[in-house]
Design a protein around this ligand. Structure first.
Ligand code: KIV
Length: 287
């Protein structure tokens, strides 16, 4: 059987050094994580996008620590190789270093994650430094940061002016200096991402940030066509799982209504002598 060693941060850094692209997908549950891990996905993000994709919220803000830790643990139980990153939800790290360290620790101890991710550039650097000092690896996240949607003008691409692009380049450097082991760029122009990659000493992962990044992240519900509220420009749909599910549900409804399901092959049998004994007990006729 193929040996499945759990990936570590040095393994990810080695992949970057030899020019191998890192594959990164979100997962929020055991069966999806199992399939991603066995398919060779290198990193799994248990994203707070679960609040939208799994719970039907309009934003990521309602995700709670208890919810995130529960689904992170489900993902971790499925994984034998992929590096698991737990996404720190809104207000789980912003208030203070102490709160941030305590909640990051829950992702590791209760959720079985290998690292945590939090949003923000320079404004988050102090928290990144504190969590790293506590011995927990942190991935930075800049560009489109959904927890700060109203601050950055909505869920839209960032860094499209010279000034904001320069700020992103500085943010990446600040996060690297604060100790982030990797940085995620979300929805920033490919040429700006390329400048960040050129200057970086840590792996740069991208979602909607072009091909220069050391690795690519996508949201699993997007690539499977399971999230239909909106589709960002950078999403590629790899399968229409929604259609497959819809067809299965419709066939089930039809077969139950028509009495086709369950058939004899789905039905348990009582041995003949037990059946006859039962009828005798009930005083009913065998015929
Ligand atoms: O929650 C999430 O899935 C994320 C990605 C969109 C980057 O943070």
């Amino acid at each position: 059987m193929e040996e499945r060693k759990k990936l570590t941060i040095p393994d990810l850094w080695d992949m970057v050094a030899r020019g191998e692209k890192i594959t990164f997908l979100t997962a929020y549950d055991y069966p999806t994580a199992l399939l991603e891990d066995r398919a060779g996905v290198d990193m799994i993000l248990v994203g707070d996008s679960a609040a939208m994709c799994m719970l039907g919220h309009k934003t990521t803000l309602p995700a709670t620590m208890d919810f995130m830790v529960t689904i992170t643990a489900a993902v971790s139980r499925a994984v034998t190789r992929a590096f698991v990153v737990g996404d720190m939800p809104y207000m789980s790290y912003q208030p203070s270093d102490e709160i941030a360290i305590k909640n990051a620790g829950r992702f590791i101890a209760e959720g079985g994650a290998d690292a945590v991710k939090l949003e923000g550039g320079a404004r988050a650097a102090e928290r990144v430094e504190a969590i790293v000092r506590a011995g927990i690896p942190v991935m930075g996240h800049i560009g489109l940061t959904p927890q700060a949607a109203s601050l950055i003008g909505g869920l839209k691409a960032q860094g499209r002016s010279a000034q904001t692009a320069k700020q992103l380049i500085e943010d990446a450097k600040t996060l690297e200096e604060a100790g982030a082991f990797a940085i995620l760029l979300e929805a920033i122009p490919a040429r700006v991402a390329e400048l960040i990659v050129k200057r970086a000493k840590v792996p740069i992962l991208g979602i909607g940030s072009g091909p220069a990044c050391h690795g690519q992240l996508l949201i699993v519900h997007d690539i499977l066509s399971l999230f239909e509220a909106f589709t960002p420009k950078f999403v590629k749909r790899y399968a229409d799982v929604a259609s497959v599910m819809r067809q299965a549900f419709e066939a089930y409804v039809r077969e139950v209504k028509e009495g086709v399901f369950p058939g004899p092959e789905h039905t348990y049998k009582i041995p003949k002598e037990e059946w006859e004994a039962l009828l005798r007990l009930l005083g009913e006729d065998a015929g």
